[in-house]
Design a protein. Structure first.
Length: 263
């Protein structure tokens, strides 16, 4: 069986002591491909670190972008640095994670919206799909995606989806995929499971968002890419499919979104 982790953060300090072992466990579990998403202060070297990891491992690709938490740190230097990383490395296959977070509001909402819009424009210019973070900002997220990406074939993915069924359907209409993380397996996630059940597998992805959101039975532990198999297993149960089939479909979806038009 073959699986993908469509969103992880294994370049972080949480894995400094055993990163090679984490990657080996993922491969042993059948996780053949991982998208490592660089986040953090765009002036700190965090984005470069994500790309460097992807350059070292054939099974790992990178995404780079400024998270809504860090939108207040955006400036011309950050924009140039991001675009340089995208141009310099074929291992960068997506722009993200970008979007809106109205739960924490670490950056002012007006700033979040401005920088989100700018990064959507840059991703389109670079011909890259986008990785979207949206928390408690359904309406504004979809509105900005419609304004900037209507008709854009590369579209992207709604990462760690936690929104409503109408939001997911609106995103799919724009060409997006919907990705579910380990919280799909949580005991109180009945509403999220109902959304996942009603969406077509051909538009879905699975991810860990590690080191966060470890799925059952690993909840409470540091998450890692090998655990994405448990989220895929849960999704297979919801859709009454075999695990191997879901793994295959998720892998095909990943290739279609991120690799079929690779530069």
């Amino acid at each position: 069986m073959s699986f993908v982790d469509s969103h992880c953060h294994i370049d972080g300090a949480e894995y400094d002591a055993d990163r090679d072992e984490v990657i080996a466990r993922a491969q042993a579990a059948g996780v053949k491909t991982m998208l490592n998403v660089g986040t953090g202060d765009p002036h700190s070297g965090a984005l470069e670190r994500a790309v460097e990891l992807a350059e070292k491992h054939e099974s790992i690709y990178a995404a780079v972008g400024v998270h809504p938490h860090d939108a207040k740190l955006w400036d011309d230097r950050a924009e140039h640095r991001l675009f340089d990383l995208v141009k310099q490395s074929r291992r960068v296959i997506a722009w993200g994670e970008i979007g809106l977070d109205y739960h924490y509001d670490h950056s002012p909402r007006e700033v979040q919206r401005k920088i989100f819009r700018r990064q959507l424009q840059l991703a389109r210019e670079a011909n890259l799909p986008v990785v979207i973070h949206s928390r408690e900002a359904d309406a504004d997220t979809i509105a900005l995606l419609r304004e900037e990406l209507t008709g854009y074939e590369r579209a992207g993915v709604m990462h760690c989806f936690g929104g409503s069924l109408p939001m997911a359907q609106s995103a799919i209409q724009l060409g997006f995929y919907i990705s579910f993380a380990g919280n799909l397996t949580f005991k109180k996630a009945n509403d999220l499971r109902e959304v996942a059940r009603k969406l077509p597998l051909e538009r879905l992805l699975v991810e860990t968002d590690c080191p966060y959101l470890s799925p059952v039975p690993f909840r409470g532990q540091r998450n890692e890419p090998a655990h994405v198999v448990e989220t895929a297993r849960f999704l297979a149960t919801l859709h009454e499919k075999e695990l191997a089939e879901v793994g295959r479909i998720m892998s095909e979806n990943f290739r279609s979104l991120f690799l079929s038009h690779r530069r």
